[in-house]
Design a protein around this ligand. Sequence first.
Ligand code: HEM
Length: 440
Amino acid sequence: MHANRPALAPGGLPLLGHLPALLSRPLAFLDTLPAHGDLVRIRVGPREMYVASGPEAVRRVLTDRTGYDRTGPLYGKIRAFLGNGLASCPHADHPRLRRIVQPAFRPGLLPHYAGAMTAETAALLAGWRPGRAVDVTREAFRLTTAVAVRTLFSAGLEPPAAEALRAALDVLLRGIYLRVVLPAADLLPTPARRNYRRALATWRSGVAAIIADHRARGIDRGDVLALLLAARDEHGRPLAEDELADQVATLVLAGAETTSSALAWSLRLVAEHPEVERKLHAEVDAVLPDGRPAEWSDLPRLPYAARVIDEALRLYPPAWAISRTTTRPVELDGAELPAGALVVCCLYLLQRRPELFPRPQEFDPDRFADGGMPRGGYLPFGFGATKCLGDRFGLAEAVLALATVAARWRLRPAAPGPVRPVPRLVLSPGPQPMLPRARR
Ligand code: HEM
């Protein structure tokens, strides 16, 4: 079976392997891998995993549904906390759940959801003051969780209840990653653990109460939950109660931190590239001359803002590493992998390949100007049957927020120095204090 093994990345330490490098300078470490091949072995503690960064290999892993599955320890832990949601369920459960959840994301509903995006962006920016530093990573996360709660549960939720759910979610999303990489985190009776458990209880009871209320009143408020309640599988069966709660939790998890990272990276990249900032300001000044928040109907006139988001998603794909486990021995990129092997599709590396993207490290939104992206080389939303269901939702949200910020504020880093990316389940830029300067 080991006849054809991919190269092992150099520099691993005894016992820990490449874990220290992955934790302390993750992107710099990943950048060293392509020199050793499109498929490279790394060691994370006692486990070996394969990092795929070539377009063929990545597409193969994401589309071969019998050879690879969303199983293994990582997905096991996510499911232990979040249940069997569409974004983390094994392939066997996937077609049925996808069929049920998909209608909530059909294009015709987006203008309706965009109303919540516009309103929440305006509410967030109302709290900004000239010269008072804001952590834009945190602000972006506040925005996307608020939008998620509002589009899922609609206006039927009183503001304090919506805020309690959003705050619980904030604690949960941060805590889940810690528990995935460090299972011991749940064994020690620390205040952080108490906090996490309280948030989990608030979230579960809050969601259960909302579902019960929706059911009891039978009113269609035009939100995602109403659509999920009405949905039926191919046998005409609705989702069971626990399945429904799992999908709700998953949608928020899959949508909130990914979109907020895309927005936070974009705000940073724009601040660091004066020419991009100039073009973006020119566009938003023409579309939003009075500084009003951008709306759904403005999107066709915001192509440059969209390109900024597309390019930020290329350089810093929030879903930087999509993992799968082999279900049987497979051949990949000329190598033979055993059953049970953990394969990570590294979109971060794929989208920086020089033969696919000239000057790959440069932030250049105009590379998207003629729709000129190589097929299969740009996959921030994944590929195949599990491709992101919320891609248009996330893009609309990020573009509307970016345009609205740019129409009113010019942002500058509050402290000099490079960003320190934090690869959690999502590739996040980490805390980024920035100073807003009023543009009008
Ligand atoms: C810029 C923002 C986003 C990025 C970069 C992103 C990226 C991705 C990627 C790469 C996958 C594929 C995962 C896999 O194959 O295992 C995925 C799946 C998914 N995403 Fe997104 N996503 C974003 C926003 C959203 C939003 C806003 C929502 C919902 C409101 C959402 C819902 C989902 C769901 C439900 C899945 C699972 C699809 C399936 O397995 O059938 N995503 N996303």
